[in-house]
Ligand binder design. Structure first.
Ligand SMILES: Cc1cc2nc3c(=O)[nH]c(=O)nc-3n(C[C@H](O)[C@H](O)[C@H](O)COP(=O)(O)OP(=O)(O)OC[C@H]3O[C@@H](n4cnc5c(N)ncnc54)[C@H](O)[C@@H]3O)c2cc1C
Length: 401
């Protein structure tokens, strides 16, 4: 699957951080992680911490899937508003999912300190503003639901947003204390480097072509013909899971991102806040630690990569125009633009769990706008399952739910 256009900013900025060998000899391990993006690297980190002998493979180069294209806003706010998620799955479950995302941000904060990361992890506030008057009632309802669930939120009137954030187009919005951003591409390589010193084996350009269960063990065949014998497999294969799983469980879309030239005036004004709005599709933005503004949005409801990439120039222009409309006090000069495939689920929740067609295996598929925070949640879930413990989130993230 073609997951992204050329030139996602993170690959250009970071270059080749590390190289890894491919695998052409037979191996044995307790757990095989398939997929070397942000999800696989987080899961591998947890597995090494828990003492499992672990191998991670990726068919591409490491972090060259969706994790190279991500805008990496880390939000506790799921694509489905809390009050709507309550209607869909009940108050207890909905609040638990929101709190899990919030906890993930704190877990990632500790983790980046633990590995002495230089991936620019930064805690930020999050401003979710109404682009239309008709959205105000829904947002106010959402603010109350979040307050009720114990989140630190504040309703800001139109005038307050205009004064504080220089956004004249809003009709009011929710300011949340919890949020963060990071360079996920760099973080993947840092996590792998940290854990390779602790025994993790990493192979890229190594594709899993089949997995069969024999005498209670998974026998995984690779494109090189070599095999890996593993007690368990954790599939962290992102949107390419749609090629493995028969039933339809996610809608694949196309999404677009642009990043500005270095602009200190602009980024100093917004360095402490993630911003997104209620336009459909929504517009979202955040600053980077190298003083650029990163903007995403303009989603299209198809995933054909050729069609997606053909629209890149037009979409980049529209994102720039949207920025100027919402932030008339600031200049924005595009430096890079890219497109990526994106997955949306019916409830905004991920698929993390077992699948009936894959024995002795778990999937960790963080979909939607919270893909990365969900992947962090998956770390504890996988650890619990390997210890034969139940995890209360399992039923909300299950296949066939
Ligand atoms: C433009 C854009 C903006 C986004 N913005 C945000 C955001 O702001 N916040 C957020 O949380 N999320 C965001 N996301 C989503 C986020 O990027 C994804 O959730 C995340 O990157 C998924 O990581 P992953 O490791 O699961 O998948 P990937 O990074 O795609 O990694 C999966 C890996 O599995 C490998 N693989 C697949 N099949 C095999 C096989 N058979 N054998 C070996 N290897 C295999 C692939 O090569 C790939 O490298 C965004 C995505 C895009 C495209």
């Amino acid at each position: 699957m073609d997951l992204k256009s050329n030139e996602p900013f993170w690959m250009v900025k970071n270059g080749l951080i590390n190289t890894y060998p491919s695998l052409d000899e037979d191996k044995t391990c307790e757990v095989l992680v398939v997929g070397g993006g942000i999800t696989g690297s987080l899961i591998a980190h947890q597995l090494i911490k828990e003492g499992y002998s672990t191998i991670l493979i990726d068919q591409r180069e490491i972090a060259n899937g969706s994790s190279s294209a991500t805008t990496s806003m880390l939000q506790y706010e799921i694509d489905t508003p809390l009050y709507q998620l309550i209607e869909m799955i009940g108050k207890k479950g909905a609040e638990m999912c929101y709190h899990a995302c919030s906890d993930s941000i704190n877990i990632l904060s500790d983790l980046t300190k633990e590995i002495k990361s230089k991936a620019g992890f930064k805690k930020k506030k999050s401003l979710y503003f109404a682009s239309f008057k008709k959205d105000v009632d829904g947002l106010k309802k959402e603010c109350i639901a979040r307050e009720d669930a114990g989140f630190a939120v504040q309703w800001l009137e139109k005038e307050e947003i205009e004064e504080k954030y220089k956004i004249p187009t809003s009709y009011g919005g929710i300011l949340s204390d919890q949020g963060a951003s990071v360079d996920a591409f760099r973080l993947v390589h840092e996590l792998l480097a940290f854990n390779m010193k602790r025994g993790l084996q990493v192979y890229d350009k190594t594709k899993m072509t089949s997995a069969k269960l024999s005498k209670g063990k998974n026998k995984i065949t690779l494109d090189s013909g070599a095999t890996i014998n593993a007690d368990k497999i954790v599939y962290c294969v992102g949107y390419e899971s749609t090629n493995m799983i028969k039933e339809k469980f996610v809608d694949l879309l196309s999404t677009y991102a642009i990043i500005s030239e270095v602009n200190e005036d602009l980024t100093n004004a917004y360095k402490d806040v993630l911003i997104w709005n209620t336009s459909d599709p929504y517009l979202y933005m955040r600053t980077t630690d190298d003083h650029r503004m990163l903007i995403g949005g303009e989603d299209e409801e198809f995933s054909n990569p050729r069609k997606r990439d053909e629209m890149l120039h037009k979409k980049a222009t529209k994102l720039t125009q949207a920025f100027h409309k919402n932030f008339p006090d600031f200049k924005f000069k595009e430096d890079f633009a890219w497109a990526g495939t994106f997955g949306a689920t019916k409830d905004g929740l991920p698929y993390i769990g077992v699948h009936k067609d894959f024995k002795n295996a778990y999937f960790v598929l963080g979909f939607g706008g919270n893909g990365i925070t969900f992947s962090v949640t998956g770390m504890q879930m996988v650890a619990d399952w390997l210890h034969q413990k139940k995890n209360p989130l399992s039923k909300y993230f299950a296949f066939g739910r």
